[in-house]
Design a protein around this ligand. Structure first.
Ligand SMILES: C[S@@+](CC[C@H](N)C(=O)[O-])C[C@H]1O[C@@H](n2cnc3c(N)ncnc32)[C@H](O)[C@@H]1O
Length: 273
């Protein structure tokens, strides 16, 4: 269980990009954060772990709710921002650690994650390890994405640029580590069952996300995070220009007086140890 590819990915350009786009990402994900943090129900005196905490936004939110929070992530650049944002707060700590193999002690009442648990090479084994951090009856609460087709905020640009990107040599495994690895609800449930969790609930939440105020801003943001960013990394010259124009044309009809607001679909998952 190495997660080596993801460790390299999140410590490379992706980690730097997420740091640069942290404020935009937080604004985009705010409606989802609100629901997930409320459902997590952290309270004063509880110990919580934020898995794949990234730049630390939800760790801060859990600490603001009263919990003592440990943010765990493999990305050094993202954790550096998390530490900077936390300042000298004593109710927050952060570690560079792979949640799949980190040695935990069973002293936490809550394990939380906002989109940080879909990147494990061996998800059932990783969740079994994560479960060892919880007291008996302790809570797991996380959000992950449903399928791309149910997430137009990302797929509209993605579908537009797809014809310009190189085709994969072998079919892409939809369950491979990545943002949509847990799109299949039955598969997600089976992972948590095998990992030993009980009282598993998987609820669909379908918020509208504010992608940007303007078309230019939407293009700039999508060029950093999501499928359109592949165009900037992998294409050049005329093909790159045509791909970006296709994404722009696809997003243009969605620009309204209040900006670019598009649908999203996630699973809100809760379970107990
Ligand atoms: C999509 S980002 C989400 C970051 C943050 N939770 C947020 O909502 O802004 C996924 C995060 O999961 C982290 N991650 C991926 N695999 C991990 C692992 N095995 N252990 C800990 N963190 C991991 C990445 O480094 C990244 O910060």
């Amino acid at each position: 269980m190495s997660n080596a590819a993801q460790i390299e990915y999140w410590n490379g350009q992706a980690g730097e990009t997420w740091v640069q786009a942290a404020a935009q990402t937080d604004r985009l994900l705010a409606p989802i954060s609100k629901i997930a943090i409320e459902r997590a129900g952290a309270s004063a005196g509880e110990c919580a772990i934020d898995i794949g905490c990234g730049c630390g936004t939800t760790s801060l939110e859990l600490a603001d709710a009263g919990a003592k929070v440990w943010g765990v992530d493999i990305s050094e650049p993202m954790l550096a921002l998390a530490k900077k944002r936390a300042g000298i707060r004593e109710d927050l700590s952060f570690s560079v650690a792979d949640a799949a193999v980190q040695k935990f002690t069973a002293e936490h009442q809550l394990v939380f994650s906002r989109f940080g648990v879909m990147f494990f090479d061996e998800p059932a084994a990783a969740f079994a390890n994560i479960r060892t951090s919880l007291v008996r009856g302790g809570r797991l609460c996380f959000v992950c994405w449903q399928a791309p087709r149910d997430n137009p905020w990302m797929s509209i640009g993605g579908q537009a640029v797809a014809p310009f990107l190189p085709k994969p040599e072998t079919p892409v495994d939809p369950r491979a580590p990545g943002p949509f690895a847990f799109a299949d609800k039955g598969y997600l449930r089976s992972i948590l069952q095998v990992a030993g969790f009980s009282q598993i609930k998987i609820e669909s939440i379908t918020p509208t996300l504010h992608v940007a105020d303007t078309l230019d801003e939407a293009m700039e943001f999508q060029g950093r995070i999501g499928p359109v960013s592949r165009v900037l990394g992998e294409l050049e010259g005329d093909t790159k220009a045509k791909a970006l124009e296709a994404a722009r044309e696809a997003l243009a009809p969605h620009v309204k007086a209040d900006g670019v607001n598009l649908g999203a679909a996630c699973w809100l998952v809760t379970a107990r140890n």
